[in-house]
Write a protein that binds this ligand. Structure first.
Ligand SMILES: *Cc1c(COP(=O)(O)O)cnc(C)c1O
Length: 356
């Protein structure tokens, strides 16, 4: 028996539950992890193959070319971009750059399950503010939860797993209410899927407010979840602090080149995003026509607030051939993927006795 003590915080750490995978050899659509259903484009595949030749070398530690490519795409300075091993890692670096032990981080709940873990590992204390019944973040309540001990507020827009995006007027009122020395992190993992004309513009908020940081990723819209690459966008002084907290050589050379190649074929990737958005519209319309009440998702997933029936519903989906993501006692998140998968889902929801 080892007598080495582990950090006390680990005992209470919630587990990150990955989306279920189909059993080996079984046919099932994986709608459980908000992944992109399309394989990489040939150009991106070629970049990955080219980069493989150099894996005996360490990558560019600061991902200079990628930072520049992202900066150019967003219209910000390259010194504002901090690439990381996925935007979940970027969030961890942001928190370790800003939080002292015991500082408070205000976050919506239910929201991205990585948040409570990242906050606890950073030595900070999470303050959860309930998401409204319609799946929208309650920004006035989040602003009211800010205390002198608050260092960071996490704003997930669109919110995973409920789906709605924060509106521009809500965000402006929120940013006006939050003190300028509190960092506001806009997690925009699904920003490419947003079509709500009232949705907040994260880049505009970043330009107008020095305490705003954006998190973005190549995992969802651009289909590179398996390569792990995302980034933070922050004012140069904050970005330098986040960079200090990053894992050395955290973004592999393969990931860097694949991300750069993806930006090069952005128009083609955006057409795939349009197709996924069209499929989301069809899924939402199908559910509503069956009598379901579903939040206005602006992401590549929809939320069924099934409460106690969540787990059983997910099991029914699995038996029908689609894997979805249950949050026990709360609801089920269904990613938008192949049209055939939507058809199966709509058959299961049609037969579900406990519609919400
Ligand atoms: C998927 C997701 C991320 C991105 O994760 P990566 O580490 O970049 O793969 C970040 N935030 C939210 C809310 C997500 O759902």
């Amino acid at each position: 028996m080892t007598r080495v003590p582990l950090r006390r915080a680990l005992a209470d750490l919630p587990a990150y539950v990955p989306g279920a995978r189909p059993p080996v050899g079984a046919q099932a659509y994986k709608l459980s992890s908000n992944e992109n259903p399309y394989p990489p484009l040939p150009t991106v595949m070629a970049a990955i193959a080219d980069a493989a030749v150099d894996v005996n070398r360490y990558p560019d530690m600061y991902a200079t070319d990628l930072s520049q490519a992202v900066a150019q795409a967003l219209g910000v300075g390259a010194d504002s971009v901090v690439p990381a091993n996925g935007s979940v890692a970027a969030l961890g670096h942001v928190l370790s750059a800003v939080c002292e032990t015991g500082d408070e981080v205000v976050l919506p709940w239910r929201s991205f399950e990585a948040y409570p873990i990242a906050v606890t590992l950073a030595g900070a204390v999470g303050v959860r503010v309930p998401v409204a019944a319609d799946g929208r973040l309650d920004l006035p309540a989040m602003a009211a939860a800010v205390t002198p001990r608050t260092r960071v507020v996490l704003v997930c827009t669109p919110n995973n797993p409920t789906g709605p995006a924060v509106h521009a007027d809500e965000l402006e009122a929120f940013l006006a209410a939050v003190p300028g020395d509190v960092l506001v992190v806009l997690d925009e993992a699904y920003v490419e899927f947003v079509r709500d004309p009232l949705a907040a513009d994260g880049l505009a908020a970043f330009a107008a407010h020095p305490n705003v940081v954006l998190l973005r990723t190549f995992s969802k819209a651009y289909g590179l979840a398996g390569l792990r690459v995302g980034y933070a966008v922050a004012r140069p002084r904050i970005a330098a602090g986040i960079r200090q907290a990053t894992t050395p050589f955290g973004v592999s050379g393969v990931a860097q080149l694949a991300a750069i190649a993806s930006l090069g074929v952005k128009a083609e990737l955006d057409r795939r995003v349009d197709a996924i958005v069209a499929e989301r519209v069809r899924m939402l319309a199908g559910l509503r026509a069956q009598g379901w009440t579903v939040p206005d998702s602006q992401a590549n997933f929809v939320w069924l607030a099934l409460g106690e029936d969540a787990t059983e519903f997910a099991e029914r989906c699995t038996r029908a051939g689609v894997m979805v993501r249950p949050f026990a006692g709360d609801g089920v998140r269904v990613s938008v993927g192949e049209p055939e998968a939507t058809d199966i889902l709509l058959e299961v929801t049609q037969a579900e006795p406990h519609r919400v």
